[in-house]
Write a new protein. Structure first.
Length: 227
C-alpha cells in the first residue's frame, strides 16, 4: 500500500476503558503548557507588522513542531500517539527501511495467531491520525518480523483442520496445560507482533512521556503542578 508523501493515516486503537480519559487529561495539560510557552516574549508579535509578524508566527510554529518531535509538547491525541509509536519502533530496532507490506497486512481482518484479551478484550477505542510513512513502516515491520511464524501457522492449520486453537491470551498456567499441536500453535503465535500491539505500546509511551514532562516543565516555569 503506497502512501503519498506527507499523507496522514487514521488508525483505531483498542484500549482499556480508562485510557481515552487519561489521554484527554494529559493533552489538556499540555495545551496549557503550550499557551504558557507562547507568552514568552520571543514569540510575541506585539509592535510587529506585515512580514515581521508573519516571520515571528512562523518561528513559533517551528518551535512547536520541535517541541512535539522531542516529546516536550504532546498537546493532541495525534501528537501523543505518534511520538509514542516512533519511540516504540525505535526501541525495537525497527526504525529503518523495510520492503512494503503486502496488501494482506492492511486488510481489516485479524492476523493469523492474534488472540483476544480475555472475555472483555479491550472495551474502548481511541482514534489518531499519524504520519503515513510511520504507519507504513510499522505495518511493514510487524508483517516481516512476523512473516515466518505466519507462514508456519498457515501450515499448522492445514495439518490440524479439526483443532480449534485458543481464542484468548493464555496465562502461564494455561500454557502449561497445552500439549501437542496446541502448544506448537501458542509458541508460533507468540512470535507474531500485530499493529494493534504497537499502537497500544505507543499510547503507553506517549502517556508516560507526557506525564513526565509536565511537572518538570511546570517547576521550571514556576507554575503549580496541579494546574
Amino acid at each position: 500500500m503506497e502512501m503519498p508523501r506527507g499523507a496522514v493515516h487514521s488508525i483505531w486503537i483498542a484500549v482499556d476503558d480508562e485510557i481515552p480519559q487519561l489521554v484527554k487529561d494529559v493533552t489538556e495539560r499540555h495545551k496549557r503548557l503550550r499557551a504558557r510557552r507562547s507568552a514568552d516574549p520571543r514569540w510575541s508579535t506585539l509592535g510587529l507588522r506585515g512580514a515581521e509578524a508573519k516571520t515571528r508566527r512562523a518561528q513559533w510554529r517551528t518551535e512547536v513542531q520541535r517541541l512535539r518531535l522531542a516529546g516536550e509538547l504532546l498537546d493532541t491525541v495525534d501528537v501523543l500517539v505518534e511520538y509514542g509509536v516512533r519511540e516504540e519502533v525505535a526501541a525495537r530496532g525497527w526504525d529503518h527501511e523495510w520492503d512494503p507490506a503486502p496488501e494482506e497486512a492492511w486488510e481489516q481482518g485479524r492476523w493469523p495467531g492474534s488472540r483476544d484479551r480475555g472475555l472483555a478484550g479491550y472495551p474502548d477505542r481511541l482514534s489518531a491520525r499519524l504520519d503515513g510513512d510511520l504507519v507504513a513502516l510499522a505495518v511493514a515491520a510487524c508483517w516481516w518480523t512476523s512473516a515466518p511464524a505466519i507462514e508456519l501457522l498457515h501450515a499448522w492449520r492445514d495439518r490440524n483442520p479439526g483443532i480449534t486453537p485458543p481464542r484468548y491470551e493464555l496465562d502461564e498456567e494455561g500454557r502449561r496445560r497445552l500439549g501437542g499441536p496446541l502448544a506448537e500453535y501458542a509458541r508460533l503465535s507468540d512470535q507474531i507482533t500485530t499493529t494493534g500491539a504497537i499502537w497500544r505500546a505507543g499510547v503507553t509511551r506517549g502517556l508516560a512521556k507526557a506525564s513526565t514532562v509536565i511537572p518538570v516543565q511546570q517547576t521550571a516555569d514556576g507554575a503549580s503542578t496541579s494546574r
